[in-house]
Design a protein around this ligand. Structure first.
Ligand code: SF4
Length: 172
């Protein structure tokens, strides 16, 4: 079901009420997806292949591009400093928006899955209701996507650098 502008605005307000610092409505075309993002996961991230939400189990970038283009509206959620809380907000929103009648709604999170330690690496996922692949695990260039949406984001160059986390809600 296509969301009207008023409904999209209500969902955006829900995100803010749940604790997102910002929530911006963006078109699918503004999301940057790259095959190179997979290389960053495979060579350079110690989370590679350690949970069902991460590569190689998460969608390939080419699949992500197609999936994004199947939606009319995306909402980019931003929360500095607390990726776990941001992921809870995104998962809760996905459920709530689904119950409002938008059967295609889906969310992409931030960072690795945190629910089991270690991940049993067996389907079904133990927390299928809320464990979602991160934007980056799906091949999204989060930096460029955030900049395209008007956010200022730089590489965290040391432990004292501010951290910014993003999640994505696909609404329809
Ligand atoms: S919720 Fe548990 S089983 Fe599912 S991906 Fe995360 S760590 Fe693995």
């Amino acid at each position: 079901m296509e969301a009207s502008p008023a409904e999209v605005e209500r969902i955006r307000e829900l995100a803010l009420n749940r604790g997102a610092h910002n929530a911006k409505i963006i078109p699918p075309s503004s999301v940057a997806v790259g095959e190179w993002v997979r290389l960053k996961c495979k060579f350079g991230c110690d989370g590679y292949s350690r949970s069902l939400t991460c590569p190689p189990f998460s969608p390939e970038p080419s699949t992500t591009r197609k999936v994004l283009d199947e939606y009319e509206v995306l909402i980019l959620l931003h929360l500095p400093g607390n990726w776990a809380h941001l992921n809870d907000i995104a998962a809760d929103l996905e459920r709530e928006v689904f119950l409002r009648g938008f059967h295609k709604v889906y969310s992409m999170a931030s960072g690795p899955c945190r629910f089991c330690d270690p991940c049993p690496m067996q389907y079904p996922c133990r927390h299928a209701d809320k464990a979602r692949s991160s934007m980056e695990a799906c091949g999204i260039d989060v930096y460029q996507t955030a900049r395209n949406a008007g956010f200022t984001i730089e590489v965290a160059s040391n432990h004292d650098s501010p951290t910014n986390y993003f999640a994505l809600l696909l609404v329809e």
